[in-house]
Design a protein around this ligand. Sequence first.
Ligand code: FPP
Ligand code: MG
Length: 303
Amino acid sequence: MQFEQELKQKTAEVEVLLDRALPAEEGFQKTIFSAMRYSLMAGGKRLRPLLIRETYRFFGGEDMSVVEPFMAAIEMIHTYSLIHDDLPALDNDDYRRGRLTSHKVFGEAMGILAGDALLNYAFETAAQAIDAAADEAVLHRVVKALQTLSRKPGIYGMIGGQVVDVELTGKEIPEDTLRFIFELKTGALIEASMMIGAQLAGADDSQVALIEKAAHHIGMAFQIQDDILDVTSSMEVLGKPVHSDEKNEKTTWVTLYGMEQARADVDMYSREAMDILVGMEGVKAPKETFLYAFIEWLIHRQY
Ligand code: FPP
Ligand code: MG
């Protein structure tokens, strides 16, 4: 109960931050502002901004001024990827986060542009952290975080994974290729979030590398759980259509290994991630942190 309450409050804080980050809906290009707001403010678990913030806290970070621009930015990048993923040329889904998808409301052209707009605006927003940096040392951390923010969603990360996913939809996918897709398509943004939190807090390179590894495991557990929920959950709970993988003839962790193994793998990956966090040197009482509880919740989530 205590945890759920805290999560609710922290999620509400992210909502306020996202709302403030968006441009006013006025001017000749008003439609794009409305489309950006429509999808960004449609709810969602806000897990990536929360991971940035809580990883930042995990490493002792306190000043929120350099972190908030990155929190907004990562959710903008995530939301762009969802808008484009739902387009007719990709998954052709009508519902997301409990409401009609962007292209259903604004038309396909605006849906494409809304995704583009959020991606670009993410970097414009994150770059505000440059001005918020109090001194040269913090500025250096911001630059490192910008490097992560630009690389992980790109061709060596999320887009790379999505490309392979799209190419192989409807085809049989070998085990190692499915793992590659999960690691990049889903894992990369989770890695980015936790790495950015660590980098902004001044974690050293070896700590950032360990966090990247923990985030990798979390990403795997998260995507396997996503595959499980696509089979076991409902539209009401998820806010998006279930059985969408079956509809799109997708190889998933569940089709490849079966439900029982999939559940065991979620457990295995989460345990490995938690072990890394618990063993992190220079962090006080890692098990007592909100990050630890959050990851435990995340992996066993029902939505
Ligand atoms: C659900 O996130 C999303 C995923 C599990 C990742 C799927 C990856 C893509 C759709 C990549 C698409 C990439 C491109 C370039 C089009 P979530 O459960 O956190 O969703 P929420 O924010 O709505 O809670
Ligand atoms: Mg999809």
